[in-house]
Design a protein around this ligand. Structure first.
Ligand code: HEC
Ligand code: HEC
Length: 143
């Protein structure tokens, strides 16, 4: 889990890398990559980077892996991470694309008027979710 600052920066670097499609900060896998059902994340993402990212999603939404992933059809006691049977997985793919686009198209294009442009400010899942699967809807009349 993300207890130390070092881990916090590692996960931010990972999100940035995924966001900008630059795989430099994502440890490429040394073994022959396993055939994965990845439609939005980099296909050659390492096991460790994928693990960290999944842990991050879990924490950002305060859910279990099974919130997004389906149980195996053959053995319902096990999870089948590659399966797309749980519709929340596709919602999440849209969320990843949306977050990437917000950063690429808008946040990344901001030129800071001050010289302090080194701060790592990006939109992440947590910008909106903050530990909830569904972000709080604003109260009626405050939109
Ligand atoms: C908020 C939703 C969400 C949560 C929570 C989540 N995942 Fe995922 N996971 C996804 C999505 C979406 C993909 C597919 C990404 C893509 O298509 O590029 C994925 C892909 C994976 C894969 C790759 C599967 C393959 O095709 O080989 C593994 C392994 C995985 N997740 C493990 C986990 C584990 C373990 C946890 C719990 C610690 C977890 N995930 C929590 C959404 C989630
Ligand atoms: C700009 C705000 C924003 C960002 C950033 C964002 N989300 Fe969401 N997310 C929402 C809103 C709003 C909903 C509720 C949509 C609805 O169903 O009405 C939602 C819904 C979801 C759901 C479905 C929850 C449910 O039970 O129906 C998942 C899963 C999810 N987001 C995952 C993610 C992940 C993972 C990320 C980061 C890659 C992310 N979101 C980034 C705003 C955001």
């Amino acid at each position: 889990m993300m207890k130390t600052n070092r881990n916090k920066y590692a996960i931010l670097a990972l999100i940035v890398a995924v966001t900008y499609g630059s795989i430099a900060a994502i440890t490429p896998t040394s073994e022959q990559p396993k055939e994965r059902n990845l439609k939005v994340l980099p296909k050659d993402i390492s096991h460790d980077s994928l693990d960290h990212l999944m842990d991050y999603y879990k924490a950002a939404l305060n859910v279990k892996c099974s919130y997004c992933h389906a149980h195996s059809e053959k053995n319902p006691k096990k999870m089948d991470m590659g399966s797309d049977a749980n519709p929340i997985k596709d919602v999440t793919r849209k969320m990843i694309l949306m977050t990437n686009e917000m950063n690429d198209k808008y946040i990344h294009s901001i030129t800071h008027p001050s010289s302090d442009s080194t701060a790592l400010q990006i939109v992440t899942c947590n910008t909106c979710h903050r530990g909830k699967a569904k972000p709080d809807a604003p109260a009626v009349g405050t939109r």
